[in-house]
Design a protein around this ligand. Structure first.
Ligand SMILES: C[S@@+](CC[C@H](N)C(=O)[O-])C[C@H]1O[C@@H](n2cnc3c(N)ncnc32)[C@H](O)[C@@H]1O
Length: 266
């Protein structure tokens, strides 16, 4: 708890609205879990880094700027290796911990933290606390960058985009179908957001989660692959691996959970 509170003090959210929806708390909690689950998460972090490098390589040599969405926690980014390939790395996230800010101090001209809400609706939600109108939801919130990116990645954040917005709305919007449709729209808009840059892209995302009881028996499974259908037609899958997100000991009653992650690129 104490370490989480210390991380919380060191986080910087993109806006007061983002803080109100809980992004600073989430970032601090994620950092604490990174420490607690270091061993169980190691393979996933290494696979994410390898997939990013492989996707960047496929995108071609001599690139000026890479934009990494969901890059605020940096544990899963091969920063030094990407800096061998790109002159500039823009880490984009709705909230940054001290780790990313340290990197931008270390390479002040080359690593830039861009606090930005990729959904474009968080501040609106913080103010109105109701479902946003369709035109707002489908608007692509592209940040203004000094150098246009020639490669864009979205790293382990796609299925996280609806989580806090839905949690914030849940006390006011009781129709679960409406909340689910809203969540799906946020995911679809992010896939269009990626494509809107019109450069090679890499998407690393969870496609399935599996829940187990303490006897390792499968108790539940959720498949998110249908969310990617439109995106997949133009993209190639370059990797798939399991992420033991809740290793035994993390959840009550000996339950545990893995996620299946896939890396796609164009
Ligand atoms: C599961 S974490 C990614 C974890 C990280 N890549 C890692 O494994 O260390 C999801 C990331 O997406 C970011 N994120 C969530 N909603 C966002 C939004 N609306 N705009 C930008 N980033 C967002 C979070 O702040 C967080 O850094």
């Amino acid at each position: 708890m104490i370490s989480e509170f210390i991380h919380y003090l060191g986080t910087r959210a993109a806006s007061p609205g983002a803080r109100r929806l809980g992004y600073a708390g989430e970032t601090a909690a994620l950092e604490t879990r990174h420490r607690r689950c270091r061993k169980a998460w190691q393979a996933h972090l290494a696979s994410t880094r390898a997939a990013l490098l492989s996707a960047a390589e496929r995108a071609g040599p001599n690139r000026a700027c890479a934009l990494i969405g969901g890059g605020g926690s940096v544990h899963d980014l091969p920063v030094a290796e990407l800096l061998d390939r790109f002159d500039r790395l823009v880490l984009l996230d709705i909230c940054f911990g001290p780790g990313a800010r340290r990197l931008s101090r270390r390479w002040p001209q080359r690593v830039h933290c861009c606090p930005h809400d990729v959904t474009g609706i968080v501040d609106w939600l913080a103010k109105h606390r109701r479902l946003p109108p369709a035109e707002l939801l489908s608007h692509l919130a592209l940040p203004q960058l000094d150098t246009p990116p020639d490669w864009v990645a979205s790293v382990n954040c796609l299925t996280q985009l609806p989580v806090l917005p839905i949690a914030y709305l849940a006390s006011r919007v009781t129709d679960e179908n409406l909340l689910e449709a809203f969540g799906r729209e946020l995911v679809q808009t992010h896939l269009r957001w990626l494509q809107a840059w019109q450069v090679p892209i890499c998407l690393i995302t969870e496609v399935e989660d599996r829940h187990f009881d303490r006897h390792d028996a499968l108790t539940g499974r959720m498949d998110y692959r249908s969310l990617l259908h439109g995106f997949q037609t133009d993209a190639a899958c370059i990797g798939q691996w399991p992420w033991q997100i809740h290793p035994p000991g993390e959840l009550a009653g000996g339950r545990h959970e893995i996620r299946i992650i896939e890396a796609w690129c164009t």
